[in-house]
Design a protein around this ligand. Structure first.
Ligand code: MG
Length: 261
């Protein structure tokens, strides 16, 4: 691995990041609100696509590396990169991970949340709560002057204390003019290791957490990533700006019930 090329955003670029991230968050929220028994993952994807386009942005997942949709929609034991399909209908009790984003004015937003369809069983709800909290532990560790390993360690230690496991094969990343930039942001790590965080960096922190073991497999479609043991998986993600005063969540909107674009 070569030395990372980490982009530091100036004030004007940060404003563009804010806009891209606000629309990304609102699009994710719209997708989450559409979840109900009987809706297909393709219908959810269409709602997100229409939302992004209506707000003058471009779906940045669509066609990236050949991905065929606006959102990755990953149900139950699918960890990430689920391909929306007209044949896949959401059922009561499912957990539904939606990962999506958009590009506007040359900058990208990226975020994800695992939503519950109605009431889910206790273990599933615990997985969602722990994964979401692990994201916020990771964000809290993303202080200027800290290192990427501090972020991963914060996520991993919280997840493992709670009896779940952190996926190793996929990681978070820098975000900016490209959806995926340096540095890599693993959800596991050693404190004090890795690239240093400096003001003006934007990173996507995105714990992928499995109910049982962390091993995952990619299906023959080349995209769908599932847990090897059939356990559930959850995925929460924010795009975060590092500032001298602490981390700022640029995609905060999807977590706030009253928030609108
Ligand atoms: Mg991401």
């Amino acid at each position: 691995h070569n030395a990372p090329m980490i982009q530091i955003k100036n004030a004007a670029e940060i404003e563009k990041m804010r806009r891209a991230c606000a629309i990304s968050a609102a699009a994710l929220k719209a997708g989450g609100e559409a979840i109900e028994p009987g809706i297909s993952t393709a219908e959810i994807d269409k709602i997100i696509y229409d939302f992004i386009v209506r707000h003058g942005a471009r779906p940045n997942f669509l066609h990236l590396y050949g991905f065929p949709a606006t959102a990755c929609i990953s149900v139950n034991d699918t960890v990430i990169h689920g391909i929306p399909s007209r044949d896949q209908k959401i059922r009561p009790g499912d957990i539904v991970s939606i990962d999506t984003g958009c590009k506007i004015d040359g900058f990208n937003g990226d975020n994800a949340c695992t939503f519950a369809c109605g009431k889910v069983d206790k273990e599933a709800q615990c997985l969602l709560d722990v994964t979401r909290e692990s994201l916020h532990r990771g964000i809290a560790a993303a202080q200027a002057g800290a290192r990427i390993g501090d972020v991963g360690h914060a996520v991993q230690s919280y997840v493992e204390e709670n009896g779940f496991s952190v996926v190793r094969s996929f990681v978070g990343h820098g975000v900016g003019k490209e959806l995926h930039e340096d540095p890599e942001v693993p959800n596991y790590g050693t404190p004090g290791r890795g690239p240093r965080l400096v003001p003006g960096m934007c990173i996507a922190i995105e714990p992928m957490v499995n109910q049982y073991k962390y091993a995952v497999k990619t299906l023959k479609d080349g995209w769908t990533v599932k847990t090897c043991d059939g356990g559930l998986a959850a995925h929460f993600e924010h795009t975060v700006l590092i500032t001298k005063d602490g981390p700022e969540i640029l995609t905060h909107g999807w977590e706030e019930p009253e928030w609108t674009l």
